[in-house]
Design a protein around this ligand. Sequence first.
Ligand code: ADP
Length: 250
Amino acid sequence: WQFTTVRRQLRRAEADRARYQQTLHFVTHEMKTPLTAIQGSSELMTRFKLSEDKRKEIALMINAESKRLARMVETFLNVERLSAGQMELRREPFEAGELVAACLRRAQPLAERKNIRLVPGDIAGITLEGDRELMEYAVYNLLNNAVKYSPAETEVSVQGVLDGGFFRLSVKDQGIGMDQYEMRNLFRKFYRTRRAVESGISGTGIGLAIVQQIVAHHGGRIEVASAPGQGSCFTIVLPARATAQASAGE
Ligand code: ADP
């Protein structure tokens, strides 16, 4: 009996350690990009004589990248705290249309670089409840993946409908897609499909695991439809309601 208990404890400690190492790996990897940008730009500023306009442009970039870093750390810590039951989910109402518009704005530069058309659906009058920041992380992640895993000159469309007390938000791409086995493993931490790895597109395989946790904490779920080479469609399903309208004519 004692042997079993000790073995169980040991296994748990090992699992904790593995989780910690994975977390560390993720944090260091994700932080590299903005840190490199900040480091490079600040060096430029100190080593070269630059015009006032150029200095301002670089300073703004440093500011934006450091904010991105801070947001990343915050989101990651919040998801970890939520999962460990150390934090209560924030519950504030927000407009689904406004959330999606903000994510589309953020994804636009990357889409433009690949000549990918972002096609926004008409999403209005739908109220969601929860943590607006975490939800933006989730939706932006899906959009970013759709653009990332698609060839140039394609389309990524976003549709949102209210369906029996649930908001269904779909992000559909014409990208590399995946098979049935991959779809089943997609939400495991650090899992990446063979096509994604072979395509040379960089990634950590953590984004979707976090997205799923965020959606689950909001009482929702995530669905995927895809086939190799046929594009993918990710759908987030969340409890929602129609936004209360001020009655007309009063
Ligand atoms: P990352 O993109 O950093 O690898 P994610 O957790 O966001 O991590 O995604 C996990 C994996 O799921 C990706 O590596 C890729 O293999 C696959 N994937 C995610 N989104 C798409 C998509 N829209 N099309 C094809 N594959 C995708």
